[in-house]
Design a protein around this ligand. Sequence first.
Ligand SMILES: *Cc1c(COP(=O)(O)O)cnc(C)c1O
Length: 390
Amino acid sequence: MIPYGRQNINQADIDAVVEVLRSDFLTQGPVVQEFEKVVAVYCHANHAVAVNSATSALHIACLALGVSKGDLVWTSPITFVASANCALYCGAQVDFVDIDPHTYNLSVARLKEQLVQAEMAGRLPKVVIPVHLCGQPCDMEGIHALSQQYGFKIIEDASHAIGGRYKGEPIGNCRYSDITVFSFHPVKIITTGEGGMALTNDEQLAKHMRLLRSHGITNDALDMQPRPPEELWNYQQIDLGFNYRMTDIHAALGLSQMQRLDEFVVRRHVLAKRYNEALSSLPFVTPWQHPDSYSSYHFYVIRLKLDEINKTHRETYAALQAAGIMVNLHYIPVYRQPYYEQMGFRESYCPQAEQYFSEALSLPLYPLLSGEQIDYIIDSLESILFTKQS
Ligand SMILES: *Cc1c(COP(=O)(O)O)cnc(C)c1O
């Protein structure tokens, strides 16, 4: 079986984890801080807050930006459910902005139209969460310009995109956003097992997110409420936080993986190029890359030209699975999920997302995918999808 994604763990990663296991701190120790520092420096961001998942990072990012009951958060429908769920955790409502048909990222033209309508209705979003799908950055300059005009905040869901670049600068530098979130789940670009990180250039936001990841507790005397001097107050809970901390065991793996981040992304590009060359003559749309972007190539998504093949989307998926190739679909539009459907979203809510949903497949792509495996995938695609006779 060829999975659609998998981690790449070497001896140095294993040694780094073992070293923490033999050390004084398994959690709340120095390695988490070191990992945060290395990611912040890599991304050219001032602050990095490590947590136990990107889902947690999205949650505390929303809270730090003040998202609460009655607020609206907008995101792309073509994303993992966590990009939208974070708003619901805060009691806010979610709405979706349809995708661009070329990049499959949230469409800035559509965002603009929706903002005009929302302003008239008095229902502007508090936060917009663009998602760098497959690691290809969104049009952040365009989204940022609209945020200035309409007064919303921006969280980049860069769960796919560490190691990518936008206009030559690293994703995560928050030049066009308030907060950027990464995921370190094993299928992502680098891994900590489970883990995530929130980056920001705003010291107050960073401080607030640090508080929220650890119960809302501070031990900084400057942040504590005055109490009688004879009482022993070595910490105070000043907000309602969570236990979203990353352990030093996880951070050691992430820190070690950071050394190979660029290598991983380069390898993904080599494999994507190989797919591009082999698939351009077949009835697929291969991933289009905006000239402003250097993708981390988390996924290699093809779109089936269904009128040129003799199988349905689902049959193609099943035939590839039967051939031992674990293709996947990233993603089913979030509003089509039963949980969202019962909030009243219509089936045809975002036409471009619907079209994408009916045609897209993610082919296996990860650094350890071999040349023989990729040839096997390409050969299987060819034999499964012989072109219709006309
Ligand atoms: C993986 C993913 C998440 C959630 O990441 P976890 O670290 O598993 O919580 C959020 N958003 C997107 C776009 C993702 O791909």
